[in-house]
Design a protein around this ligand. Sequence first.
Ligand SMILES: Nc1ncnc2c1ncn2[C@@H]1O[C@H](COP(=O)(O)OP(=O)(O)OP(=O)(O)O)[C@@H](O)[C@H]1O
Length: 473
Amino acid sequence: MSFFQLPLVIIDDEEDSLFSAKVALRSAGYRNITTLCDPRQGLDAVRQQGASVVILDLMMPHLSGQELLAQLMMEFPELTAIVMTAVNDVETAIECMKSGAFDYIVKPFDKSRLMATVQKAVEVSQLRAQVSRMRESLLESLDSTPAAFEEIVTQSPRMKTLFKYIGAVAQSMQPVLINGETGSGKELFARAVHKVSQRPGAFVPINIAGLDDTMFSDTLFGHTKGAFTGAEKTREGLLARAQNGTIFLDEIGDLSEASQVKLLRLLQEGTYYPLGSDTPSTTNARVVLATNRDLVSAVADGSFRKDLFYRIRTHLVRIPPLRERREDIPLLLHHFVEKTARSYGCEAPAISGEVVAFLKSCPFPGNVRELEALVFDAVARCHEGTLGVTHFMEMVRENSSLHETHGFSPMVTNGEGNSLVHLFGYFPTLKELEAFAVSNALDITCGVQAKAATLLGISKQALNQKLKKKILN
Ligand SMILES: Nc1ncnc2c1ncn2[C@@H]1O[C@H](COP(=O)(O)OP(=O)(O)OP(=O)(O)O)[C@@H](O)[C@H]1O
């Protein structure tokens, strides 16, 4: 788009002022100008015009310019906004600049000053657009290097966006924090970060859950001879092994207070002290960390240091739980069936149609790891050449009692609230529950009563009787 075609939006409740600004800009060559008297239409106009430069007054009825500015900057952080107002007050000007305004012009405006500011604003906005296009195309091109992610089976757009993000941050030396529920694939992602970074050294994983400060220091930093009873010789820690590579600290949310201080020094200065040594060692290992805990709450309750949190969250990868990307279940199912068959040295069984629907209805609090274990067990039970829902039932029931639900329920839960009130919006009667279970089982099994009866744990005759009694009405 040419310089003068860039859409400009001017918002001012005084018609005279609007008119003179528009005339001045048109005479300077700008062609694509929208004027608005009502600030409430400002946000929509910017959305519709795709404007990247906005000129706005401050004192307006219904919605002040400062409020509108805040809304605009929230939705369009790359927007260049020029405040043009009769309020000639330094405090207000500072407030506007703090809210993201590009410049502040006092009315009645000087024409050449307005032109100079708008020209600069247009240039800046074009530069910002260029940077954003370059970032997009960089992320697009990273799509063509999927080898590092081949172990992560997925077709979820949210996961694919994470791949791109990792592609963009992998080369930096800043730490990467991976957050996700247990079994969601944090270690797989950590390995992918290492692969994409192309660091020549090793990927060294450590699970730090349950390590007290001494064990943490000894494992990570090593010790000198005689550092403690039994330390008969000097031993390098895992950090030394990760030189030129990546150290992966899993379960970081469980780190003791003393170890948090040491980790912070390591991240800030790249130095550490092996146990028993007064001489600092240095490392160039890239640090990747993971946790299934909510670190924001951990900071709030004082169990995790705020300074460490800010240091490690520079690059944050949040893996969605499996229940939020159910489209991955068919792919993962096939992947694990093949993998299991290979490990048993047998041919992979066919998968009957209802298995996917059935698995998609499971909540999977243990995420992909739980699905993997389920498939391993089901394939071992399958001797007929076709894997069906019945092969999964035993383990699903076991898992259900493990997850402290009341028996297996093939209903979709969201993990935050699987109470009946949450599901129904009120507490259902037993009859309603029964009707729900029967109808859900029939949905999952595409109306095949024999399979639905198995799911429900009753005989086909019993199901038939229930259907005859029209409990579903
Ligand atoms: N998208 C996926 N594709 C294939 N396998 C996966 C995927 N996600 C997880 N897995 C498998 O699930 C299991 C658990 O994954 P991983 O250890 O990476 O999870 P985690 O989030 O680190 O678990 P934890 O919180 O218990 O440390 C592993 O066997 C892993 O290979």
